[in-house]
Design a protein around this ligand. Structure first.
Ligand code: G3P
Ligand code: MG
Length: 238
């Protein structure tokens, strides 16, 4: 079954990784959702791709973890996208969990670069436990040490191994990592038929990112991917 992820919600229709973007993705028929998490100064999980505000609000200096969650809730990240989103703020992970139907596959990506968030894995698992959201879930990261810490806390969680750059035989790396890797999430640019074949032969699902072009999407389907991360509602809403 093909499962495509709405990447940071529906980021062409609303500010990425915000509640309006997640609502749009769900309304567009997304069956899977990807979001990124960072930590505030007071250790709240904040849903955001960047560790700085600059791309969303040029007037705010510093990093996400320079601000408490209460302060973050005063920062507008919607207006840059469009006047109608004025007043939209970065959500806490809890706010997103509240609007996510149980049958929606959730991929939470731990952002641990360039800022290393000490303890983010435990905070994340505590939150997911509290919200009964340990099912229908993949936790992924480019930081494979963060995946290891997730596994040490809860060995049942399906893990997704992200690769930005091409490495040799990632399926072998995944196997020898000792991690409970269910899926490989590669940058789509280097995914070809052999890549998909080898991942699958080794028991991994393959979800390349970020694929918004229909022609490339169809090619990847022919290679046998299990789905993609996409910004295109025609792809993630199909
Ligand atoms: O998890 C897939 C994709 O989101 C990884 O890259 O930079 O968009 O978080 P990035
Ligand atoms: Mg991401």
């Amino acid at each position: 079954m093909i499962l495509n992820f709405a990447h940071r919600g529906s980021l062409t229709e609303a500010p990425e990784n915000t509640l309006p973007a997640f609502h749009k993705a769900i309304n567009n028929g997304a069956k899977a959702l990807e979001l990124d998490v960072q930590l505030s100064k007071d250790n709240h999980l904040v849903v955001c791709h960047d560790y700085k505000f600059f791309r969303f609000n040029k007037g705010v200096e510093g990093q996400i973890n320079d601000y408490t969650f209460e302060e973050i809730k005063q920062i507008d990240v919607g207006k840059t996208f469009g006047e109608e989103f004025k007043g939209v703020t970065l959500p806490a992970l809890e706010e997103v969990l509240e609007i996510c139907p149980a049958d929606l596959l959730l991929n939470i990506e731990i952002k641990n670069i360039p800022v290393i968030y000490e303890g983010i894995e435990q905070i994340l698992l505590n939150t997911l436990t509290e919200y009964h959201r340990l099912n229908n879930l993949i936790i992924s990261s480019f930081d494979h040490a963060a995946l290891k810490r997730v596994q040490e806390i809860n060995s049942e969680i399906p893990l997704g191994m992200l690769f930005y750059y091409r490495i040799l035989n990632p399926w072998n790396y995944a196997k020898t990592s000792g991690l409970n890797i269910r899926s490989i999430h590669p940058n789509h640019v280097y995914v070809d038929q052999t890549f998909v074949h080898e991942c699958k032969r080794n028991g991994y699902s393959v979800y390349p990112f970020t694929v918004s072009d229909m022609e490339r999407y169809e090619q990847l389907l022919e290679y046998g991917v299990d789905g993609v991360f996409s910004n295109n509602p025609k792809i993630f809403g199909e």
